[in-house]
Design a protein around this ligand. Sequence first.
Ligand SMILES: *Cc1c(COP(=O)(O)O)cnc(C)c1O
Length: 436
Amino acid sequence: MRLQGTMQINNQGHLEIGGCDVVGLADTFGTPLMIIDEDLLRENCRRYYKAFTQDDGDGVLYASKAFLSTAVARIIHKEGIGLDVVSGGELTIALAAGFPPEKIFFHGNNKSANELRFALSCGVGRIVIDNHYELELLEQISAAEGYRPSVLLRLAPGVDAHSHAYICTGQIDSKFGFNIFGGGALNAVKRALESPHLDLKGLHCHIGSQIFDLGVFRCAALMMMDFLQEVRDHTGWTAPELDLGGGLGVYYTSGDTPPIIEEYAKTIKDAVLQKCREHNFPRPRLFVEPGRSIISPPGTTVYTLGSSKEIPGVRKYVAVDGGMTDNPRPALYQAEYEGIIANKAAAKPVEGVAITGRCCESGDMLIWDLAVPRIEPGDLLAISCTGAYNYSMSSNYNALARPAVVLVKDGKVDIIVKRETWGDLSRLHCIPEHLF
Ligand SMILES: *Cc1c(COP(=O)(O)O)cnc(C)c1O
């Protein structure tokens, strides 16, 4: 496993994060346990802030769907970064953290009328309108209740981030946003500009996630700038803001070679400036919305090894005390991870094993082939880069309780999300009277 951030192997041969011995953390807090390296989290925030905000005044919004807790929201805010939320629930957590609503952008492809009312009443910075239905709904509510929200329109620029030879033209099949091709986006812009109840600030796109190819980001930025120019030609409106979404990839395993934050920023800004010169267009204020690249590397999940099953000539399965409930990514999209035996971190590997979860699903795998030293039940497995889309995608399948989350820094540890208890699991259940 590649050591990231403050990770190191201490003189007892144990993995250490944020100056805390992971074996000690597991003893104190139990497993599965998610550990967040505060220094690395802050460093990622600072690099984004420096690359976008410090000199150019562009905005960075952390995509809270990657992982959101009240403590993490406070760190994000203290580092000068805004927040992107996609539901009334995420907005509620952000407000509970004391996050300033004007620094929150509200996304989502099917916000309810209630969520829109809630967002209006707390004064979020931008509402990002995804489709015509929402445009009409938001306008109606704003008119009826006397608001004039600042809005962005989400567009589908037709950049396919996941095909190998990405395409810069042509329509993509996406459930999100107004398509540029076919005129849907231009009509939506005209419609929003006409409305006295909406204050259109700019346009937005988000082309995908875990992207390594900077050409994809460049392509999207160029296309969006061309579209801003097309909008100005047709309407006379010069969009002051352009939000290019998130999507920068991270290192999970040895095949992954993500670009660094600074290169990503330069690519985007160069593309925008190139088009500004070409079209004689004033540089819009840019926004980016990184989620994974801020929170994934700082997160590590620690499990306890339990049972194992060796199938001679096939493989050896070793089970941990969590699985797809706390990390559904391998089951969902064959995601790969690296791991290390945290209490034998300096020991030489002697065999390859398959790490499986404890859920009643054959697809409940975490790592198909992990090189490990001689292991026994009770050993601790740390899997790195689990900060994003793990806890936030977790479930209670098999009525497993969600892990605790701790924040570590300089040898100190704080719990930021308590472990769910078995008692919590029936707290929303009701028994009707006739069943007594
Ligand atoms: C998911 C999402 C992001 C964050 O994506 P990452 O790949 O985690 O950086 C940003 N913006 C929007 C609109 C998203 O849906």
